[in-house]
Design a protein around this ligand. Sequence first.
Ligand SMILES: C[S@@+](CC[C@H](N)C(=O)[O-])C[C@H]1O[C@@H](n2cnc3c(N)ncnc32)[C@H](O)[C@@H]1O
Length: 262
Amino acid sequence: MKEIDVSWYDDRATVYDTLHEGSLVPYESVVNELDNLFKPYGVRTVLDMACGTGGHALPIARRGYQVTGGDLSVAMIAEATKKARDQNLSVAFHQGDMRTTCHGSFDALICMNNSLGHITEPEDFSITLANFRKNLKTGGLLFIDHFNGAFMREIKSGYARVGRSLTTEQGVVVDIERSIYSEELQSLIVTTKTYTQKHTEEDVIISTDVFQMKLWTKEQMDEAIVKAGFRPLAFYDGMMSGKLQEFKGVESPSLATFAQAV
Ligand SMILES: C[S@@+](CC[C@H](N)C(=O)[O-])C[C@H]1O[C@@H](n2cnc3c(N)ncnc32)[C@H](O)[C@@H]1O
């Protein structure tokens, strides 16, 4: 099994919400949509695989669900735990690898915000989906939110996110992220650079990093989840906008997979 390096997340855990997804992802509206999907199935317990700093886990818990979060990065888990304490929410956060860790037997499992893309090897992908199945009761629900591989292939270029910043005692911390689509790897190659900008001195590079984010088309995802013991219920687009919308093939930037464990 390929080693997965999460030092990029470890290094940024305390500023992740400000510099990264926390400033971009409409967590509350996404969680409202999940709540609407889960209610008809009587979901009580939810596992958030690769939960990061608890961006989804905490608002889900606030809506009355019993939530567990798992993540490979110790620092992201520490940050999520601190936020839960500050918000007076009872959520169990544990360090673990989504490929292998069994956290229990849940009514629903979510894997949000392109986290699955860190699983770059085809055999690890099957192992991970099989492990998702192991963490669910029969009839349990799976929700995966990921970029749409067909969309990225079509536009070729990927995307760029530039210039988010955070003012600290050390100066202004600036984060730049650029992603380019690789046909060979069927992945985005994500390059990030984080640096501190001072008015009088040279910029100080905190870190630069390049990582691979694997992509799948709807057809590939459909086939893989069926093999892992799921029945597809629906495919959507739109979690990036915070609203579940109809999936429109290559025109949809994201692919939300909703399935049931059989
Ligand atoms: C883009 S972040 C998303 C975090 C969170 N789901 C959110 O929406 O804010 C991806 C997360 O995946 C975690 N991760 C990467 N590989 C993992 C693995 N094999 N098992 C568990 N977590 C992993 C990282 O540590 C990071 O917290």
